[in-house]
Design a protein around this ligand. Sequence first.
Ligand code: ATP
Ligand code: MG
Length: 178
Amino acid sequence: MQPPEPLWSAELNTCGPESTQELAARIGSSLRAGDLLLLTGELGAGKTTFTQGLGAGLGVREGIISPTFVLSRIHPSLTGGPDLVHVDAYRLSGIDELEDLDLEQGMDRSVTVIEWGAGKAEQLSDSRLEVTLTRESGSTMSGSGEPLQLDFSESEDDEPRTITVAAFGPAWMDRRLF
Ligand SMILES: Nc1ncnc2c1ncn2[C@@H]1O[C@H](COP(=O)(O)OP(=O)(O)OP(=O)(O)O)[C@@H](O)[C@H]1O
Ligand SMILES: [Mg+2]
């Protein structure tokens, strides 16, 4: 199933976890209750790191960690804004198991972020931001070359990432973040 064209999209580059968090915080400060974000990227690409920045920008309680074993965590707002619901769908097979989490109940008053949500969680809302984090292949510039993403080492702390943000659905018709 091919996704439709986004209403708008942006491609950004970050040079380390802090700059990914700064970018995400900028996005987070513009989000509203009801927004849904689906995060895509290989293991260790920075989805949870991005979500931490998003939480800072939203002003929710800290302590965002990988929810892999919990599936879903709620981070309450400290500022009277929307809460952040952080989901890891890695182990979920699809929309049926996602619906078992009863996310929809609170979605109207929360920002919902779902790691590994693409292809599984689109039906939760008629609008979404798709965020894709891509690891660069070390010394070579990104471009048309073959994907050389074989280095999964966790030790390097500052690596470039390409982050694309693409908006789908009526909620983003009159809202542009970039
Ligand atoms: N530019 C960058 N942006 C984000 N993270 C980076 C960057 N450069 C290095 N890192 C490091 O990459 C790792 C990203 O881990 P993180 O848990 O956020 O990934 P993830 O995509 O959530 O992984 P998983 O699929 O296991 O949930 C962290 O150790 C972080 O410090
Ligand atoms: Mg993660």
